[in-house]
Design a protein around this ligand. Sequence first.
Ligand SMILES: Cc1cc2nc3c(=O)[nH]c(=O)nc-3n(C[C@H](O)[C@H](O)[C@H](O)COP(=O)(O)O)c2cc1C
Length: 138
Amino acid sequence: MKSLLYRSVARADLGSDDIFEIVRHSSENNGARGLSGFLIYQQGQFLQLLEGEASQIDDLLAKVRCDPRHHSFEVLCEGSIERKSFPNWRMHRVIAPDSNAMIDRIAEAQEHPLPSEVLSAAVEFFETNQRTRDNQAA
Ligand SMILES: Cc1cc2nc3c(=O)[nH]c(=O)nc-3n(C[C@H](O)[C@H](O)[C@H](O)COP(=O)(O)O)c2cc1C
């Protein structure tokens, strides 16, 4: 199995209904493909973790990369895993008030520890967003 973490930029006019629909459709599809993971939408960007058989992830990504609801797709890390960290999240949207709370939610929910590079990349994503927010507020 492998896990893959990517970030992308949401289309500017995407609303909460659109994101709800992405998560609904994803959790329906991913169950049948044996995939799990999370989706985070923060400051107009997506951060998504996918875990499962490499061929299933690669097939799905071929579609996701071309999805017009986002752009600037960038794989942050990809590697083999022995066990899923979120076996019961067919696609779970993590929602939290700030970046630290996001990291806490993910850490609390993991059933097996996330690969350290996945965690570091996620922390960096949140920290960058937090700095952007702090600068906007200043
Ligand atoms: C940010 C983002 C994440 C997505 N994640 C998934 C996913 O985990 N699983 C999935 O089936 N589709 C996901 N999609 C939707 C796919 O791009 C595509 O629309 C869908 O897989 C097509 O489903 P179908 O084969 O049932 O037509 C995502 C789309 C976006 C924009």
